[in-house]
Ligand binder design. Structure first.
Ligand code: HEC
Length: 244
C-alpha cells in the first residue's frame, strides 16, 4: 500500500473517532476585508511548522532514541515562537475571529504530529519519512476536512504530481521568480467566490540536505536532489478559502 493511502486511511480513522479529537470545528467565516491577513497568517503557521519539522530531522531520525519529545505540545510552542518572529505578533493577541481560524490550523498541525508519534518514537530506525512535505500535506488534509480551508505546497519543480501548480498558481509562481519581485512578499486575489493566496518559500539550510546539491544525487528520502542553493525560491504555500 502506498504511503499516501496509509496516510489517508489513518486520517479516516481519526475522522471516525468520536469526541475530543473531532470536536465540531469553529472555523468562523472570513470576510473580504480580513481575507489577506487571514491567508497570510495561515501560510505563516504552515511555513513555521514545516521549518520546525525540517530543523528536527536529526532528532526525529535518531535511531538510538525512543521518546523524542517531538509532541503536539512541543510543536505548538515552537509555532507560537516562530509566528512571533515572522509577524511581530503574538497569536493570542489576534482578533478573536482570526484567532479561531489560526487555532484550527495549529490544531490540524498538532494532529498530524499526534498521528505520527509511533513512527517518530520508533527506536532503531533511522530515516522515518516524517518530513516537512508530509507534515504540510497531512495538516492540509485535516484542515480541509474540518474547515473549508485549502492548503497546498506547490512549485514548478514538483516531486509529486498532486503538488503541481494550477493555472492561478503558475501565474503567481512566475511572478515570484521575477528577480524584481520583493522577496518574501505573498500575493493574493479574489477568484470567483474564493480568496486565493500564495506565500513564497525559500530554501533554508535545513532543506539543503534533500533539495540541495549535487543535482541528481539521492537524498535521505530516496529522491533526486534538485540542486537548489541557499535562498533559492522553492515554491509556495497556496491557501484558498470561500469568502462571505
Ligand atoms: C528529509 C528530506 C527533506 C527535507 C529536509 C526537506 N524536504 Fe521538501 N520534500 C522532500 C520529499 C521527499 C518531497 C516529496 C514529498 C511527498 O511525497 O509529497 C518534498 C516535497 C517538497 C515540496 C512540495 C513540492 C513537491 O516537490 O512535490 C516543497 C514545497 C518542499 N519539499 C520544500 C521544502 C523546504 C522549503 C524544505 C526546508 C524547510 C524542505 N522541503 C525540506 C524531502 C525533503
Amino acid at each position: 500500500m502506498s504511503k499516501l493511502l496509509i496516510a489517508l486511511f489513518s486520517l479516516a480513522a481519526v475522522a471516525a473517532m468520536p469526541g475530543a479529537v473531532l470536536a465540531q470545528a469553529n472555523c468562523g467565516t472570513i470576510g473580504r476585508e480580513d481575507a489577506k491577513m487571514v491567508a497570510r497568517y495561515i501560510a505563516d503557521v504552515i511555513v513555521a511548522g514545516r521549518g520546525i519539522v525540517a530543523k528536527n530531522q536529526n532528532l526525529i531520525n535518531d535511531p538510538s532514541k525512543a521518546d523524542k519529545g517531538f509532541t503536539p505540545e512541543y510543536l505548538e510552542g515552537q509555532i507560537r515562537q516562530s509566528f512571533k518572529k515572522m509577524t511581530g505578533k503574538d497569536i493570542s493577541e489576534l482578533p478573536p475571529e482570526v484567532l479561531d481560524i489560526i487555532q484550527q490550523v495549529i490544531d490540524a498541525a498538532k494532529l498530524s504530529v499526534q498521528m505520527n508519534q509511533r513512527r517518530i518514537n520508533q527506536k532503531g530506525k533511522g530515516f522515518k519519512g516524517y518530513i516537512p512535505a508530509v507534515f504540510g500535506r497531512e495538516t492540509g488534509q485535516i484542515l480541509k476536512g474540518r474547515c473549508k480551508i485549502f492548503i497546498k505546497q506547490t512549485t514548478f519543480k514538483y516531486r509529486n504530481a498532486y503538488n503541481q501548480p494550477d493555472p492561478f498558481e503558475k501565474k503567481v509562481l512566475a511572478m515570484f521568480e521575477d528577480p524584481a519581485y520583493p522577496k518574501g512578499k505573498g500575493y493574493g486575489e479574489f477568484v470567483n467566490s474564493h480568496y486565493r493566496y500564495l506565500q513564497p518559500i525559500y530554501i533554508k539550510k535545513a532543506c539543503l540536505k534533500c533539495h540541495g546539491e549535487p543535482k541528481g544525487s539521492i537524498d535521505p528520502a530516496g529522491r533526486k536532489r534538485e540542486g537548489y542553493k541557499l535562498g533559492d525560491l522553492r515554491g509556495a504555500i497556496s491557501v484558498a478559502f470561500p469568502i462571505n
